[in-house]
Write a protein that binds this ligand. Structure first.
Ligand SMILES: [Zn+2]
Length: 64
């Protein structure tokens, strides 16, 4: 517990965004451990694609 109180979600987000990550890398986007790896991004992309296609009827089956 840091004892810091955030007033709004925007402030909380900004505070977390500006702080160094737990690996003491000033910019978390440059931290190899916090940053998403290419494999992780690909996996997420597949999940998103699966989620979006699941909500709509299969276009190929409908076209055939
Ligand atoms: Zn990190």
């Amino acid at each position: 517990m840091s004892g810091r109180i955030c007033l709004t979600t925007d402030q909380a987000f900004a505070a977390g965004f500006d702080e160094p990550c737990e690996h003491q890398v000033p910019n978390p986007a440059e931290c190899p451990k916090c940053r998403l790896t290419e494999a992780e991004i690909l996996r997420l992309a597949v999940l998103v694609r699966g989620a979006t296609s699941a909500t709509s009827p299969a276009p190929r089956a409908a076209a055939a």
